[in-house]
Design a protein around this ligand. Structure first.
Ligand code: NAP
Ligand code: ZN
Length: 349
């Protein structure tokens, strides 16, 4: 079937309306009417081919929520009318050790929601800036938040799980001091989630204007990282630092804040590398720099349920589909509180 979408035909072109097709739902597929789609910084990196290898036309979007329209004959967990979400993963091999452990995000054959090879036209996946999507049931999540919060649930499907998973893996919780660097889409979720897990949360921002806002999100303390004196107050004190910054920067300024055996986990994925970190900073206190990619499907469901239970959603600015190019420019200026979400109903006009 043909549907309306927003995408780019080249890395140097703005996004524009386009018609795309979706496969007819197979026996294990769920056909979803997309209500809202969040706008992740990864969308910008990929639409503009900053990570190289982008396939065009590129229809981004992997923070998808909506309502089930129809299901294939073998689908038993979902039915028409259910509120559901789809995140960054729409397929994987389903039998490797990663898939068996519910870590489909680390499967060597994971299919991302957009820009990954697929038998469907046009030969690569097309994401959530579209009216509908058809996804294998394994990669569909149940949404139990009230429907009135649906737009603000969308960013949980990437920003939420990408921060939840490392916070859980490195055991954020009571008695732990956790830093969150970069207060954008990911970072603001990191603050809310680490706070809800019971950690002492310190937000690091380059924006003086976010000082009060970060507290309102749940940060116990806020550091404007441009101020050396404020950074100095926190040396050798963190168990975990979650770094969400979308651009290369000096990592040493943050590793110096880790206590012995502390870890800084990088989730920000800049287009060009950071300068090499100072090795002595790591050796002296057995500190670690790690990475983490989104999260598996079972953990994504756990995160959605955790957020519903704790009444956590993203802070969003709802936009029309035709406002997407301006939204990208504002994101690049750090001017969004804290996630743009597309109202997909506006694709119809
Ligand atoms: P975002 O909303 O644009 O937020 C990034 C934040 O980083 C900004 O708000 C800003 O916070 C800070 N920042 C400081 N200097 C910056 C600079 N020169 N350029 C850009 N940001 C700067 O982005 P996001 O959607 O949260 O994504 C953040 C990064 O995570 C991106 O690289 C994205 O591709 C990546 N990502 C990774 C995964 C994963 O699985 N690992 C998943 C999703 C996204 P302050 O104003 O507070 O300084
Ligand atoms: Zn994302």
């Amino acid at each position: 079937m043909t549907i309306k979408a927003y995408g780019a035909s080249a890395g140097t072109s703005p996004l524009e309306p386009m018609d795309i097709t979706r496969r007819a739902p197979g026996a294990h597929d769920v056909q979803i009417d997309i209500a809202f789609c969040g706008v992740c910084h990864s969308d910008i990196h990929q639409v503009r081919s900053e990570w190289a290898g982008t396939l065009y036309p590129c229809v981004p979007g992997h923070e998808i929520v909506g309502r089930v329209m129809a299901v294939g004959e073998h689908v038993s967990d979902f039915r028409a009318g259910d509120l559901v979400g789809v995140g960054c993963i729409v397929d994987s091999c389903k039998h490797c050790t990663d898939c068996e452990e519910g870590l489909e995000n680390y499967c060597d054959h994971m299919t991302g929601t957009y820009n990954f090879p697929t038998p469907d036209a046009p030969g690569h996946t097309l994401g959530g800036y579209a009216q509908q999507i058809v996804v294998h049931e394994r990669y569909v999540l149940r949404v139990s938040h009230p429907e009135s919060q649906l737009a603000a649930v969308a960013p949980l499907l990437c920003a939420g799980i990408t921060t939840y998973s490392p916070l859980r893996h490195w055991k954020a919780g009571p008695g732990k001091k956790v830093g969150v660097v970069g207060i954008g889409g990911l970072g603001h979720m990191g603050i809310k989630l680490a706070h809800a897990m019971g950690a002492h949360v310190v937000a690091f921002t380059t924006s003086e204007s976010k000082r009060e806002a970060a507290r309102a999100l749940g940060a116990d303390e806020v550091v404007v990282s441009r101020h050396a004196g404020e950074m100095e107050n926190h040396v050798k004190s963190f168990d975990l630092i979650l770094n969400t910054v979308a651009a290369p920067h000096n990592l040493d300024a943050f590793t110096a804040l880790l206590k012995r055996d502390g870890t800084m986990t990088l989730v920000g994925a800049p287009a060009t590398p950071h300068d090499s970190p100072e090795v002595f900073n790591l050796i002296m206190k057995r500190r670690a720099i790690a990475g983490s990619m989104i999260g598996g499907i079972p953990e994504t469901q756990e995160m959605l349920d955790f957020c519903a239970e704790h009444n956590i959603v993203a802070d969003i600015e709802l936009i029309r589909a035709d406002e997407i190019n301006a939204a990208y420019e504002r994101m690049l200026r750090g001017d969004v509180h804290y996630r743009f979400v597309i109202d997909n109903a506006t694709l119809a006009s």
